[in-house]
Design a protein around this ligand. Structure first.
Ligand SMILES: [Fe+2]
Length: 437
């Protein structure tokens, strides 16, 4: 790849109207589609919302490119055994579930080939719900991919990803996340010398992720808009024979291109990929007693049509001080109408003594009760409550108001810990009718 690029690396902000051009004057002034574009470029609008969406949720960008994206062959369906979340390939289950991490593939596997559907909800057609995948890859993508079904929130757990898109390139490390908008063509290369990358993907069929409102927290806190980074334009003028993959209607499709789709010389607009460093998250929590609901850790939220109810919240559990007095500090026992998929990027999670390891995952569905395991509970009720810093930890949650169905492949996977429910079997009765404390 021989990319020519705008000499800035990134543009800062969330949902801004960005402007970037590799060649001076490539962006038209005062209009979007002049009769003839500079440098002989084609103008192409890339919309992420209905044309008539309210201004605050209207998303679109204008791309100025060497050839328009319309030049493809017919798409034909291709099989991808790990990708399906269609009705016949999933099961609804009330059981708490947990999985060990995927190991390195034994054969050459790129980012798309390495996607493995764990669970999902909602539906692509009505544009609500999410699909959740893990990925394990050991080679660079040679073709290009775009997802018509949803935007993709990529959470690397191991391995630096170079995510090259039509609108520019993002290098994304573990403890950073990246969101690729619905419809944007991209390619993933693995930058580490050992060529192994592993992580998680939330495919969001619903409203695009946005920053949550802060309410009484005020103008500052949680994720700050200025810490989100969007790429600058870069292009290559390359011809050849390339595969173009598309996920559409839950199915993978294949077409061919005779040129690189990374041929956008300039673009402007607010519909664009971005990345965010999770260590920039301003963590807020109780400084008196009890601990707050996990919504206090929300980085991004995809709203549903019901006020205050998320199609999907992306929340993290980062390093933080625990200072609360007379408080059971680990996450309490709970059951919830919301469904919780969790992953672990680094370290340990404070609700579990063992079994939930980096690269692994857990699922606690609607009203499936969960909480600390027996060992964590006993430790928490007996320990001295000094201020304590939870170090080297980064867990996250994709929390949804729709119940997750689990893929049959994930259910039958040897990585699933079928004895997971037994972590709570050691919780003994402490009841003593004569003891008030
Ligand atoms: Fe929970």
């Amino acid at each position: 790849m021989n990319l020519q690029t705008d000499n800035r690396q990134y543009q800062s902000g969330f949902g801004n109207h960005f402007e970037t051009e590799v060649l001076a004057g490539a962006l038209p002034v005062g209009r979007n589609s002049p009769q003839k574009c500079a440098y002989g470029l084609y103008a192409e609008q890339f919309s992420g919302s209905a044309f008539t969406a309210p201004r605050e949720s209207n998303r679109r960008s204008w791309l100025y490119r060497i050839r328009p994206s319309v030049i493809t062959e017919d798409f034909v369906p291709v099989s991808h055994e790990g990708l399906s979340l269609s009705a016949e390939d999933v099961i609804s289950s009330p059981n708490q579930m947990r999985w060990d991490p995927q190991s390195e593939p034994s054969t050459k596997t790129d980012f798309i080939e390495g996607l493995f559907a764990i669970c999902g909800n909602g539906s692509v057609g009505p544009q609500m719900g999410v699909g959740i995948y893990s990925y394990a890859a050991n080679s660079d993508m040679e073709g290009y991919f775009y997802n018509s079904d949803g935007e993709m929130l990529i959470v690397p757990q191991q391995g630096l990803l170079c995510i090259c898109t039509e609108m520019g390139t993002l290098d994304v490390t573990p403890k950073e996340i990246c969101v690729v908008p619905r419809g944007l063509k991209f390619q993933v290369a693995l930058k580490d010398s050992d060529k192994f990358a592993r992580g998680y993907v939330c495919e969001n069929y619903g409203a695009p992720f946005e920053l949550p409102n802060l309410g009484p927290i005020g103008a500052n806190g949680l994720a700050s808009a200025r810490d989100f980074l969007t790429p600058v334009a870069s292009y290559e003028d390359t011809i050849g024979e390339f595969a173009l993959l598309n996920k559409f209607g839950g199915q993978l499709w294949h077409s061919a291109l005779d040129h690189s789709p990374f041929n956008v010389v300039a673009w402007h607009g607010n519909y664009a990929p971005y990345k965010y460093d999770l260590s920039r998250f301003n963590t807020i929590n109780s400084v008196s007693f009890d601990h707050c609901d996990p919504s206090i850790f929300t980085v991004l939220s995809s709203p549903s049509s019901r006020s205050g109810v998320a199609n999907c919240d992306f929340a993290i559990f980062p390093p933080r001080w625990m200072v609360t007095e007379d408080t059971f500090r680990p996450p309490w026992f709970h059951r919830n109408i919301m469904s919780e998929f969790m992953g672990l990027i680094e370290g340990a999670y404070d609700a579990k003594a063992e079994g939930f390891v980096p690269g692994g995952a857990s699922l606690h569905n609607t009203m499936s009760v969960h909480g600390p395991d027996a060992m964590t509970f006993e430790r928490a009720i007996n320990k001295d409550l000094e201020p304590e810093y939870l170090d080297k930890t980064m867990a996250f949650m994709f929390e949804s108001n729709l119940t997750y169905s689990v893929s049959k492949k994930a259910l039958k996977s040897p990585l699933r810990q079928t004895n997971y429910h037994q972590v709570w079997h050691g919780l003994k009765s402490h009841f003593d009718a004569k003891n008030t404390k």
